[in-house]
Design a protein around this ligand. Structure first.
Ligand code: GLC
Length: 429
């Protein structure tokens, strides 16, 4: 069972901060995919200043976005730690002009504002000399020419001893992340796909993690040993099973990319957020600060806008559960935990009414959430003696609507009870 705070939280802010912002190249992948040489990539260490990094400002912004948790990249696949590690020199503390423990400053500021702490930690370490020592599951590929030397040996020879050393190093570094910064609420792994569960020494590895905080939530990127699913960039169409979180970016990039202006609009972000919570998921919205620690204006604007919308519609967001299926109401919805209040999301301005099908309950009241205005409604059809409900038409026009998604609240008698049948011939009248 996952702690309830996670499913109540709905919004998290993901932050990809690292040396890759210096030259504005893709985090780690840019050297892995040979868009830039490893040396050139690592030369960014000299340009990482964090000179305007203000953890208080970041934490304020996260708070104002309405997020209840935040996940920071403590170490990406490039192996550069954003914190002070005694197991390697490759950190922004030891190797960059910043000389600051970003993780420390960040966690202190975020915790002060009651925001839960999530640590992104890449299992992959493409810089560590012992990392590229084995193949996934120990299977040597037939065609060695396509092997990437950052991940695996190129000669087909595996070095189990080196892998053991790496696992020890990995545990030690993780131990720092999970042990040196106070209570960690969530650990967000990435890169499990390069090794098998056995190579990651699962499930013992998981026990080790839980020894830091038994309540700590672990994302699913741990070869099936995690607590919740993490679909990425493409919104799920079918509700993922169990707890889940959709991670996505405000533009197209995880880290800072100077010319990536392909931002989602605030309206789109709110809509996507509603789609997630309608299916019982969270959204983990990512931003990529510049190397100096500044967060872009556009990013701030989107986060603040989302936060404003959430505050106005809080009741339909925090602590709710997935709503009714979209065949009942197409715009998405949430239900209160007791199931007696239904919140419908209205993304566009209706011409005269919105339509809800299949609701068997008596309705006590319908209102617009942000204004409190009571709405009238009409029911057409229905076959009471077969328990087939009529179609509900709720009177709603553009004047009743918010600038962004409007929430219509239905107070029901009892828990929402939805008809799922295919209708019937009316045999008695
Ligand atoms: C991908 C990428 C990584 C990014 C992550 C965030 O798995 O490897 O660059 O940090 O997604 O979800």
């Amino acid at each position: 069972m996952i702690p309830e705070w996670f499913e109540d939280a709905k919004l998290g802010i993901f932050i990809h901060y690292g040396i890759y912002a210096v030259k504005s190249v893709a985090e780690s992948w840019s050297f892995y995919n040979k868009r830039i040489s490893y040396e050139d990539y690592m030369s960014q260490l000299d340009g990482f200043t964090a000179k305007n990094f203000d953890a208080q400002h970041w934490a304020d912004l996260i708070k104002k976005s309405g997020a209840k948790y935040s996940v920071l990249t403590t170490k990406h696949h490039d192996g550069v730690a954003l914190y002070d590690t005694k197991y390697s020199d490759l950190s922004v503390v030891k190797k960059t002009p910043a000389k600051r423990d970003i993780v420390k400053e960040f966690t202190d500021a975020v915790r002060e504002r009651d925001i839960r702490i999530g640590m992104y930690y890449s299992l992959i370490d493409w810089s560590h000399p012992d990392y590229a020592s084995v193949y996934e599951g120990g299977a040597v590929p037939e065609d060695l020419s396509s092997v990437n030397s950052f991940s695996n040996p190129t000669d087909g020879v595996q070095d189990e001893e080196a892998w053991k050393r790496f696992m020890e190093f990995d545990r030690n570094q993780l131990g720092e992340v999970l042990g040196n910064y106070g209570k960690v609420d969530l650990v967000w792994f990435d890169g499990d796909w390069e090794r098998s569960a056995e190579q990651w020494q699962l499930p013992e590895f998981k026990d080790y993690l839980k020894s830091f905080n038994p309540e700590m939530i672990i994302n699913s990127r741990l070869q099936g040993y995690g607590d919740y699913k993490t679909p990425e960039q493409g919104l799920p169409i079918t509700r993922p099973e169990g707890p889940w979180e959709f991670c996505t970016t405000v533009n197209d990039s995880w880290g800072y990319i100077e010319n990536d202006n392909h931002y989602k609009t605030l309206r789109q972000i709110i809509h996507m957020f509603c789609d997630c919570i309608s299916m019982g998921g969270n959204m983990l919205l990512d931003i990529g600060p510049r190397e100096d620690g500044c967060i872009g204006e556009k990013e701030e604007e989107l986060l603040l806008g989302l936060g404003k919308w959430i505050r106005e519609n809080e009741e339909a967001v925090y602590g709710t559960r997935d709503g009714v299926m979209t065949r009942y109401y197409p715009g998405g919805s949430t239900l209160s935990k007791d199931g007696e209040t239904l919140y419908l999301f209205v993304h566009d301005k209706p011409m005269e009414s919105i339509c809800l099908k299949g609701l068997c309950n008596k309705i006590k009241k319908i209102s617009v959430l942000h204004s409190g205005k009571e709405l009238t409604w009409d029911v057409h059809g229905g076959v009471p003696w077969f328990n087939i409900p009529g179609t509900i038409w709720i009177d709603l026009t553009a004047e009743d609507c918010n600038e962004y998604t409007t929430v219509v609240k239905l107070d029901l008698e009892g828990r929402a009870d939805m008809y799922g049948g295919s209708g019937a011939v009316v045999t008695h009248n």
